[in-house]
Ligand binder design. Structure first.
Ligand SMILES: *Cc1c(COP(=O)(O)O)cnc(C)c1O
Length: 355
């Protein structure tokens, strides 16, 4: 039937590099989800799956952290920032940060007026001296007092803060009495890139709270808010509940996380996505007129290309965002295949060949 064919075609076209949350649920998450669906379990996080997810995170981060699960990353970030601030405080972030550009004002909304202040910096990373300048620029009562430094790892430009960069930013924050929040929607990818243990780029370098992504690692929904400083977590569960982020059937947020954490898929998926992004970056930039906008350090290749080529690709169903990071973003996921990479490259090559 023709309607079936249309659906199949639409499906084929959706498969691509627009976003890593276009991808489905990875097998490990799916299996755990199915297992969690056997019988009954207590609600609101009192279930064995939530305990297992918490234990798995404590093991992976090698510390006795406090863990909360929420539905998505915007909630994780916004509620965390709100929890670290009074309404008269400010939060420092890089100007391209998701909390600034992609959360519809949720951090300011939940923080009851706390203000986001931005700094620049190359390739999506907050510049250390700009952060210090902003912290010290004003100390008078008329200015919103800086209280949190928010860092995104990996950045919105697909780059990765090194251990040394994080340590320097963490030390700076500590020196001025700021908390450090990390938006780790793609934290796993950076563990893979740097070849470090998770603690080396989190609590060891001064991160107080990490919002750890689940969806971009292959789960259907659910992000973990991890307080390394347990004192800071006091009453956070009330904030989640008030914001509509306390899942009643929490085991279905927890189980997929257990699935990827206990099997190691969280890291394998990240390594795979990173490898595919590198391959794509290498093949695309081999073509004339295409160059990398930022170093390809995690699961995305950001490229500059002639507008007619981008339009041609869009016509052929290759949807690429160009408002994130300021270049065409080719985002890989846990299930991107070398064939997917070659399919996009072949189209670009064909356009170049037509001269
Ligand atoms: C995807 C993403 C989030 C989470 O977004 P939600 O759509 O709210 O789950 C947060 N930060 C960054 C950098 C992201 O890429």
């Amino acid at each position: 039937m023709s309607s079936e064919k249309t659906l199949a075609e639409a499906h084929t076209r959706v498969r691509g590099f627009a976003s890593d949350n276009y991808a489905g649920i990875c097998p490990e998450a799916w299996a755990a989800l199915q297992e969690a669906n056997e019988g009954h379990a207590p609600s609101y996080g009192e279930d064995p799956w939530t305990t297992r997810a918490t234990e798995a995170l404590r093991e992976i981060f090698e510390t006795d952290c406090e863990v909360f699960l929420v539905y998505n990353g915007t909630a994780a970030n916004a509620l965390t920032l709100a929890h670290l601030c009074q309404p008269y405080h400010s939060i420092i972030c890089q100007s391209r940060a998701h909390v600034e550009t992609d959360e519809c004002g949720a951090p300011e909304f939940f923080a009851s007026g706390a203000k986001l202040l931005h700094v620049g910096g190359a390739f999506g990373k907050a510049d250390l001296s700009e952060v210090e300048r902003l912290i010290t620029a004003r100390t008078d009562i008329h200015y919103p007092k800086p209280k949190v430094l928010s860092l995104t790892q990996a950045t919105e430009c697909g780059t990765v803060y090194t251990v040394a960069e994080l340590a320097a930013l963490g030390e700076l924050a500590r020196r001025y009495g700021l908390h450090v929040h990390m938006d780790g929607a793609r934290f796993a990818n950076t563990v893979a890139t740097l070849g470090v243990t998770p603690r080396e780029i989190s609590w060891e370098v001064g991160v107080d709270v990490l919002c750890l992504g689940g969806t971009k690692s292959g789960t259907p929904a659910g992000e973990a808010v991890i307080f390394f400083d347990r004192e800071l977590a006091t009453e956070f569960e009330y904030r989640c509940k008030q914001a509509g982020q306390l899942a009643s059937k929490m085991r279905f947020l927890a189980a997929p996380l257990v699935g990827i954490l206990e099997t190691g898929a969280w890291l394998r998926n990240a390594e795979h996505a990173n490898t595919m992004a590198s391959l794509l970056a290498q093949k695309l930039t081999a073509l004339p007129g295409i160059e990398l906008a930022f170093p390809c350090e995690a699961s995305a290749a950001f490229v500059r290309m002639p507008l007619p080529l981008a339009e041609y690709l869009a016509e052929r169903g290759w949807h690429l965002y160009d408002f994130i990071g300021g270049a065409y973003r080719c985002m890989c996921s846990w299930d991107t295949t070398p064939e997917d990479v070659e399919a996009l490259v072949a189209e670009a090559r064909a356009w170049v060949g037509r001269g």
